[in-house]
Design a binder for this molecule. Structure first.
Ligand code: PRX
Length: 663
């Protein structure tokens, strides 16, 4: 974003006040900000009353060993009990927990809280029978089917931390996560439906298990397989077990054990600035309080009447916090959809909203921009009048997309909550409150009650309104990550050392003239593609692991649809340089792109690969990605005076016309 664009934001005055209805009935009122400021820990102690504790906590926060936090010290609870049993015990067993919609037409399931409880108990008994005990890790690699939620809750019930791996990730990515967290069990499916056809998952798991076996023989003891599509899959009788053979035969009764508030709940891997993804650890009590509280406040949840739909895949943190743990703890009725938004037609999401009378809807700007491109007439065909509130997450929502969302989906009368948070924060941190805060198109507005955020300059000073800097969180919060799995040092170094005593988010931000916060994108080597985090280094490592590649540099270039897209600059090895010529490099570029998909997943495939003779480096050997970004975004190349060899950029810019290949 240019300096001009940044200062325009500071002058942005367009805003939408909360609708009167919301103000009158809001779960959280304007005084919450001041109340929480006056007694932050008291605020969280009160919020902790939303959930059921087996043993009450004796201290809200122990921060003596910072940055290793202990929230709700002495408290014990079971997350799965909070998500299901207590709603059944309260007499809400017949309430619908999930309206599940499969991608093939008429493939639906309606699951009540009682049904969910029975299924979670069966799965917990089954997993226990496979030898999983408190503290053991379980990897989950499933499509968006009810069993995904059931598997997560069954693990939580046993105190066995789950690590859900997005179904779009490759066998290599799955294997490295299984090894890093030492998962004994993988729960998967034969496949799932995407874009009108069954796509396979089990073969990827088989490949991953073989890779794990080669490195750490015997680690994976079992693979539990849900039959979703019925496609033919290889079955290894030594370790593979069908879900229906084991889970369906298990008892629907299971007594949940209460675990310490700090017992690990899950590990979620996310890209950092090195090639190795970080296993973000979330624990039980603080996490559950954080997500239940913010889900209620930000979406102004009315459990009796809401039909809530978060479109995120459970393979990402948004799915964990706002499709599983937050909404289920709050006992709402939800929608879960298996497939893609364009299957079998481009109005599928709007049809679901119309048919199930969705009231609160939460999605990502990249999806909104796609719908804008598809045309206003598509949502116009459906009755979206049930909608009361719209949410956005994953990247800044550009003002055009905000206005389109507001007008064409929200009928101009739904507040929009632009929610800033991260895998690490676990819970929403910066967002308007729909009954209190105005919404400005493009701004996440301000830190929620009980949360303290600031924007600092290089020297660590808080910037004045109208200026930009680095986003930090100045106080601990309940759902904060506790560490990076197995790497306390990296945890301290990544998040707590840039500005001592404060959490460094890795995002640039700006305060406008009212002090409201505008997120400006990452300040590190992490890019945001369709609201998903990818590390430039991780893609570079994937590229250089290919035998034809000598060196690679990857940048996140602005992209109209996906926010950013990976663009790679590759130097081929001498033995392969012939491949980079003749056909303009098309064959080798395809090979490299497929290689990245195989190493990481299709989402990481570079949109553009350029075969170049050199990379722009400073005298100390650092790649100047800024210059590569200029090339990738078709701009005049900026100041190149610090390059060791300034003619390099001429070569690269010239190469732009000959060796690029765009997908
Ligand atoms: O750069 C910010 C961006 O997404 C990053 C977090 O990515 P991840 O851990 O994958 O979690 C995504 C969903 C919570 C942040 O560092 N980001 C997320 N939400 C917003 C955002 N940027 C601007 N505005 C947002 N609302």
């Amino acid at each position: 974003m240019t300096e001009d664009a940044i200062s325009n934001l500071a002058n942005e005055t367009r805003h939408f006040d909360p609708p009167a209805d919301f103000v009158a009935k809001a779960n959280v009122t304007a005084t919450a900000y001041d109340d929480a400021k006056a007694d932050r820990l008291g605020y969280w102690a009160k919020e902790a009353e939303r959930i059921s504790w087996a043993t009450p906590f004796t201290e809200v926060l122990d921060w003596t060993n910072a940055p290793f936090a202990k929230w709700f010290v002495g408290g014990t609870l079971n997350a799965s009990y909070n998500c299901v049993d207590r709603h059944v015990e309260a007499g809400n067993g017949d309430k619908v927990a999930s309206h599940w919609v499969g991608e093939p037409a008429d493939d639906t399931r309606t699951i009540t809280y009682s049904d969910l409880k029975d299924e979670v108990c069966r799965a917990a008994n089954a997993i226990e029978e496979l030898g999983i005990e408190k503290g053991d890790r379980v990897a989950i690699y499933l499509p968006m089917i009810p069993e995904a939620v059931v598997a997560m809750l069954a693990c939580a019930r046993l105190g066995a931390p789950h690590t859900v791996v997005f179904g779009g990730f490759s066998a290599d990515a799955l294997a490295s996560r299984v090894i890093d967290c030492g998962a004994k069990l993988i729960i998967t499916a034969d496949g799932g439906y995407r874009r009108g056809a069954p796509s396979a998952l089990k073969p990827t798991v088989d490949e991953a298990v073989a890779k794990v076996e080669a490195q750490q023989s015997g680690l994976v003891e079992n693979v539990l397989v849900v039959k979703r599509t019925g496609q033919d899959v290889a079955f290894n009788d030594d370790i593979d077990i069908w879900w229906h053979d084991l889970v369906d035969e298990s008892s629907p009764d299971h007594t949940p054990e209460a675990f310490d508030a700090e017992h690990p709940l899950y590990v979620m891997y996310t890209s950092g600035t090195t090639g190795q993804p970080k296993g973000i650890l979330h624990t039980t009590g603080g996490y559950l309080v954080g997500v239940a509280s913010t889900h209620s406040a930000v979406f102004d949840v009315k459990a009796e009447t809401d039909v809530y739909w978060c479109t995120a895949d459970i393979g990402w943190v948004t799915g964990h916090s706002y499709s599983v743990y937050g909404p289920l703890t709050n006992g709402v009725t939800q929608v879960m959809y298996e497939g893609t938004p364009d299957s079998p037609h481009k109005g599928r999401w709007w049809e679901i909203i119309q048919d199930l009378k969705v009231t609160k809807f939460y999605t990502a700007p990249t999806a909104i921009r796609t719908f804008m491109k598809w045309g206003d007439e598509i949502p116009a065909k459906f009755d979206l009048s049930s909608l009361l509130l719209l949410g956005s997450v994953g990247e800044s929502i550009n003002p055009e997309a905000y206005m389109w969302y507001r007008e064409h989906i929200g009928g101009d009368n739904c507040p929009i909550v632009d929610t800033w948070w991260q895998t690490e924060t676990g819970q929403i941190m910066i967002s308007p409150l729909p009954g209190v805060t105005s919404g400005k198109p493009g701004s996440a507005m301000k830190a929620l009650p009980g949360i303290s955020a600031d924007v600092l300059d290089d020297a660590g000073e808080s910037v004045p309104n109208g200026s930009g800097g680095y986003l930090v969180l100045t106080e601990p919060w309940p759902a904060m990550l506790r560490t990076i799995w197995g790497d306390d040092e990296r945890f301290k170094k990544t998040y707590w050392s840039r500005f001592p005593g404060m959490y460094f988010a890795g995002d640039g931000a700006k305060k406008d003239n009212d002090g409201d916060i505008w997120l400006m994108g990452r300040v590190d080597d992490v890019m945001n593609v369709s609201g998903h985090r990818l590390s430039t280094t991780e893609i570079e490592s994937a590229l250089v692991s290919h035998p034809k590649v000598a060196e690679a540099a990857v940048v996140g270039a602005n992209d109209e649809m996906t926010g950013q897209a990976p663009v790679a600059f590759v130097i081929l090895r001498d033995s392969a340089t012939g491949d980079g010529q003749g056909d303009g490099g098309a064959a080798v570029i395809k090979e490299l792109r497929d290689h990245v998909a195989k190493e990481i997943g299709a989402i990481a495939k570079p949109k553009l690969i350029m075969i170049v003779p050199e990379l722009p480096k400073t005298r100390s050997g650092k790649i100047m990605r800024r210059l590569l970004r200029d090339v990738a975004e078709n701009r005049a190349v900026g100041d190149a005076t610090t390059l060791a060899d300034s003619s390099v950029m001429d070569l690269i810019s010239a190469g732009m016309n000959t060796t690029k290949d765009e997908e």
